[in-house]
Structures are given as C-alpha cells and as structure tokens.
Design a protein around this ligand. Structure first.
Ligand SMILES: [Zn+2]
Length: 375
C-alpha cells in the first residue's frame, strides 16, 4: 500500500491499527479469530486470592467461568493506592504520571486507544462504576493525543439510581412542563452519563436517556444493603449489554475495601459481586452474538495483607505475596479453556492484551500480551 492510499484511508476514518498497518504480527495472530468485544471487570477494593480461587465456596461464579477460561494465579499488581492501581489496569502503566486521587491521569486509557484507533463511536465504549469521582476518572486521560473526545461513556450506578430520581419518573417523557426542581434532577441525571452528549449524536443521546428511564423502572435503584453500590454497577453493566451491545465495557467496583474494618463484611461483598458477575456472564452467554464475540477479563487491582489487623480486618500495605499478587481470570471464544497458568504476569498486561485482541495499538502502555491465552 503506498502512502497516498494509506492517507486516504486514514482520512476516511479508518484507524491505522484497524487496517493492520501498525502491527503485522498481531494481524497474523488474530486472523480468523472471533473476539470482537471485551468486558474488563476491575473486581477492585483489594481482594486476595485466598478469599476467591483458594476459597471456591465464596465465588461459585468465578469458578465456573474459570472452567471455561484461563486463570493467571500470579498476576503482579502495582501498589499505588486503590485509584492508581485500578487506573493502571486501564492504562497499562504501573506508575501513572502526575496522578493524584480525584484527578485524571496523564496516560491514555484502553478506552481511548480503541476509540481512536478503531474509530469506535461513544455508544460502543462504556464504563459502569459503583460511584464516586475516582472511578469516573478512568474514562479518559489528559493525554494531548487522546483525552475526552475518545473517552468512554461513564455511568455511575449509585449516582443515578438513587431514590431522589424516582420522583421524576412520572414526569419524564410526558408532554408537560417540568417543575424547576424536577428539571434540575433530570439535568443531574443526564450529567451522570458523562460523554453521552459528545459528538452531538442526537440518536445516541436519546438512546442513553431511554436506557436511563428503563433502568429506573427496572428497579436497579432498589438494590440495597452491604455492597449495593457495586451491585448497581454490575446490574447497570448487564442492562447496558442488552441495549447497546458495547464493544468495550468496563465495570469498576470497590466496596470490598470494607475489609479494613471487617473481614466478614469483605467476604460478604465479594460473594455478592461474584453473584452479580455471574449474572453479567449469563447475559453474555444468553445472547448468541455476544457469546460468540466477547472476551471477559476479571481482576482485583491488588490483594490485601497476609494477617488480620487489630479490628479483625485486612489492610493493604505489608508488601506480602497476598498483597502483591492477584488472580486474573480471562474467558472468551478464542481462549484456552480450563487452563491455570502459574507464570508471573502483571495486572498492566490486561490493557495491552485487550488492545491487541481488538486491533488497537496501546502505544504508551508498558504491559505485555498475556502468554498462553489464545487456544
Ligand atoms: Zn483500602
């Protein structure tokens, strides 16, 4: 292909990676493969393998998905605090530059790589979070070549689906004037979907609003109790799947961090998250198109200390193996089945691997492609 042709194709909106120009080795490896979508679950808040794969009764869903996929039981985590370590999963860089809690990072995220390289639309790339500014900050970086225009749509389940929005349900969508208070609530709800107004695509904005409305009716806001914010994030993700069939969907949860004060509550949260993960996986399997094309990655950002603290909780700071290594589960149509890999990999390898599977080039990421993944 000469330069003129290539430039024309790029102008026509096809990313270089989509054309297989950047990475011929990758193109060959993925020839005839089925993976066209990915779901990345940051099963975060700090979770040890001791309470997951080493305690199967806690996580029946992780276990059954593992039988259909590959588990890396020595995935080395980066320890930069919850936010930095979770962000690293999505940037593929273990030391985010200029990162402070509650600010965006300087390194491009997985979402930006795929949206820029593959020309994916805003409606195709989503993050569902359990709420809070930190999780939402994973949607895009401040990198000058990437940034907001390539970000993921972000839905903060707890922010949207709380009780105060119930009241506007009746008003919404009806041809009557909203009271000023109702209008403010509706505006707030719309703002909770970050990025949905981007690109000025009225059809996708309308679909997002319809989705929100349906979501309110479906009772997601009624999920309550310990771990409810995480449960909402999973439920929203499952419902997003059916409405938008996203090509890339991330779920970012964090409530397992109750472990600092209570080991028992921590186990309860992770059991609930396992159940919600099972629901998400079943939704993928129930849809033939999704089942045939979707790869799933599930991992905590880091583990926790080896020993209980004085409150019978678990902190994260002792530098132990239990803290530094987590289990990474991968399952998808092109992956090996029922494999357990003992070789050391890293949590930052997820960004690189997902980019390669989908055909994007993670230019700044420092992870590697996971070995022994493809069948
Ligand atoms: Zn913590």
């Amino acid at each position: 292909m000469n330069h003129f042709d290539r430039r024309d194709l790029l102008k026509a909106g096809l990313g270089a990676a989509a054309l297989g120009l950047e990475n011929p080795a990758f193109s060959a490896a993925m020839q005839g493969r089925r993976t066209k979508r990915a779901i990345v679950v940051a099963f975060a808040g700090g979770i040890r393998t001791l309470e997951t794969f080493a305690a199967p009764a806690n996580v029946p869903n992780l276990m059954r998905i593992a039988r259909e996929g590959v588990v890396y039981s020595r995935a080395r985590a980066t320890n930069l605090g919850h936010f930095g370590s979770t962000l690293s999963i999505f940037t593929g860089i273990s030391e985010p530059r200029g990162i402070r809690d509650n600010t965006r990072g300087a390194d491009p995220t997985l979402f930006e790589y795929v949206r820029k390289d593959l020309g994916w639309k805003p409606g195709e790339v989503w993050i569902s979070t359990s709420g809070g500014v930190q999780e939402a900050n994973a949607s895009y970086s401040l990198h000058p070549e990437y940034g907001a225009r390539y970000g993921a749509n972000t839905v903060d389940g707890d922010g949207i689906f709380n009780a105060e929005f119930k009241g506007i349900l009746d008003a919404y969508g009806r041809p009557r004037e909203l009271a000023p208070g109702e209008q403010a609530l509706l505006d707030k709800m719309r703002r909770s979907i970050e990025g949905s107004q981007g690109g000025g695509d009225p059809e996708s904005v309308a679909r997002v609003e319809r989705f929100l409305l349906d979501e309110l009716k479906r009772g997601t806001q009624e999920l309550n109790g310990l771990g409810a914010a995480d449960a909402k994030a999973f439920r929203v993700a499952r419902n997003l799947l059916s409405v938008f069939k996203p090509r890339l969907l991330a779920v970012v949860v964090r409530e397992a961090d109750v472990a600092h004060n209570s080991f028992n509550n921590y186990v309860q949260v992770l059991r609930r998250n396992d159940e919600m993960l099972g629901e998400l996986w079943d939704a993928v399997q129930a849809d033939k198109e999704l089942a045939d094309s979707t790869a799933l990655f599930v991992l905590p950002e880091f583990g926790r200390d080896a020993d209980l603290n004085s409150r019978r909780g678990l902190d994260h700071g002792d530098g132990s193996e239990e803290l530094k290594y987590v289990s990474l589960l991968c399952a998808g149509p092109d992956f090996r089945r029922g494999e357990s890999v003992q070789e050391e990999v890293r949590t930052i390898d997820v960004c690189t691997t997902v980019c390669h599977l989908l055909g994007a080039d993670p230019r700044y990421a420092r992870g590697r492609r996971l070995t022994r993944l493809l069948s």
